[in-house]
Ligand binder design. Structure first.
Ligand code: 4AD
Ligand code: MG
Length: 467
């Protein structure tokens, strides 16, 4: 076969120099036709769109032609011609064809229209479907949006550790990391495991958040963000929770809670705009296939100011809703941690736009949040989104050494593990604030997918670490 350098299908479909000879490589999506001619829809992952290959069967070897089946990988040299029937401007008149990888009829993606549940069971192959091709291309573009946004604003990308000895959120949901022999654990007289013989000389875990180390960086470099995997051993099998997810955590010196809300709103809107600007083919596909309101919802978020509301006011609205006959699964009262149904009520039914809820009761929030004068609430902020509920959690941080230590003691967090964090408040402390955006929750919003397992390539959830 003549060596012609490969053209990606995304580029080919934009060209108009009909008559040119090009090479494409990709996987056969469908093959149809007659005794004389075959039409192959070829996809190479560079775009949701296929290029149509027209094969005049008389010109090719019969044995080779038999191997052009759904799922097979082929290389085609062909002439670009104007297309009338393929839905694209361009199609290829095949001149030479090479089978790179045959694919027999045990290939699970023979027919279209598999359920998302089934596709999760073949997560190793699902990127080859239109749906997951679209989702994972959007995932890439959203990661680029994150870096562009912060880089342009002068934030530094700071790498926080994945293995850590501190529990940032204090929720006890950490996965332990150990090289100890679990079949032969050494214990002291009190029956406690002797961690000094473990790899790190102490008990270590996978991080639930890079925030604490992010604060060290923000109080030195001024404005930073992290973007990495985080791990939570929370045993909640919901469409919004993963045991391994990616989080973006900006942290900014001298920002207060209002600056923090401004940053969060600007950031999300930037990402949504980026998706509309860079992923329209894929978003259109998902809109038509799964969620007819997707594009409209993306536009509407851009056009409106997020509601900013203290938690206490939010509770009043929810209590009123209950009085008016609205039924919730979980009870509502001041002090309760809101369930997703409550968050979605505020966003989808009451305000009909995103809501930033602030000033939560200190008992339901982490130790590091700045305490308000009232002694009851902290300067927390959760950004609540339609269809998602909480998409961002953040706060202004407690900058006062004594107040922070008191809170750590009240919450019985082991102080000796916190010495390095407390040093930021000892040596030139400053007001600062930050938040965490769950990357997959953003992707749920941008793709319109309903289950978080369908926006990460290989989801990790309770009882599932396949692939
Ligand atoms: O609200 P969270 O727990 O906040 C923190 O971790 C802070 N340290 C962030 C900060 O201030 N720097 O988590 C932040 C976000 C949530 O709003 C949610 O979007 C996402 O992370 N998230 C999850 N996403 C998927 N699966 C899970 N199990 C998640 N837990 C939290
Ligand atoms: Mg939260």
């Amino acid at each position: 076969m003549e060596k012609i350098s490969r053209t990606k299908i995304v580029d080919l479909l934009k060209r108009e120099d009909f008559g040119a000879m090009v090479n494409v490589k990709g996987w056969v999506r469908t093959r149809r036709g007659s005794k004389q001619v075959s039409f192959v829809a070829l996809n190479d992952g560079s775009t949701i769109n296929n290029v149509q290959i027209v094969i005049d069967l008389a010109n090719f070897d019969e044995e080779m032609l038999k191997q052009i089946t759904t799922g097979a990988c082929i290389s085609v040299n062909g002439k670009m011609v104007e297309s009338v029937g393929s839905g694209q401007k361009v199609e290829l008149q095949a001149v030479e064809i090479e089978i790179l990888g045959a694919c027999d009829n045990t290939y699970p993606l023979q027919k279209k229209g598999h359920s998302l549940e089934f596709l999760r069971e073949i997560a190793h192959l699902r990127p080859r479907t239109n749906t997951f091709g679209a989702v994972f291309r959007i995932r890439h573009h959203m990661a680029m949006a994150v870096h562009q946004f912060f880089h342009k604003k002068g934030f530094f990308y700071f790498h926080t550790p994945i293995i850590t000895a501190s529990d940032c959120e204090g929720a006890g949901q950490m996965f332990q990391v150990t090289t100890l022999n679990l079949y032969d654990l050494k214990k002291d007289e009190e029956g406690s495991i002797i961690y000094k013989d473990d790899f790190f000389g102490k008990q270590a875990s996978l991080t639930v958040s890079g925030q604490l180390e992010g604060e060290l960086a923000a109080t030195a470099l001024g404005a930073i963000y992290t973007f990495g995997p985080t791990f939570r051993a929370e045993n909640s099998n919901t469409p919004r929770h993963l045991a391994e997810f990616w989080m973006i955590e900006p942290e900014v010196a001298f920002n207060d809670i209002t600056d923090n809300m401004d940053l969060a709103e600007e950031f999300i809107k930037y990402c949504v705009q980026w998706a509309l600007d860079n992923c329209m083919d894929d978003i259109k596909f998902l809109n038509d296939m799964f969620d007819k309101g997707l594009i409209e919802r993306l536009h509407s978020v851009l056009g409106e100011d997020f509601v900013r509301l203290p938690y206490t006011e939010g509770i009043k609205i929810l209590e009123q809703a209950v009085l008016d006959g609205r039924k919730f699964e979980f009870p509502i009262y001041w002090g309760v941690d809101l369930a997703s149904e409550h968050e979605r009520y505020l966003v989808e039914e009451h305000f009909k736009r995103p809501v930033i809820l602030t000033d939560y009761p200190k008992e339901i929030k982490a130790f590091y949040m700045k305490q308000n004068e009232d002694g009851k609430t902290v300067r927390a902020m959760d950004v609540l989104f339609p269809k998602i509920g909480e998409i961002i959690g953040g706060s202004e941080r407690e900058a006062d050494y004594n107040k922070l230590v008191t809170r750590i003691e009240e919450m019985q967090i082991p102080m000796k593990d916190m010495w390095w964090y407390l040093d930021t408040r000892k040596f030139g402390t400053c007001p600062h604030a930050g938040f965490g955006l769950g990357f997959e929750r953003l992707l749920l919003f941008v793709t319109g997918m309903a289950n978080i397992r369908d926006v990460i390539p290989f989801p990790r959830t309770p009882d599932n670490a396949e692939f």
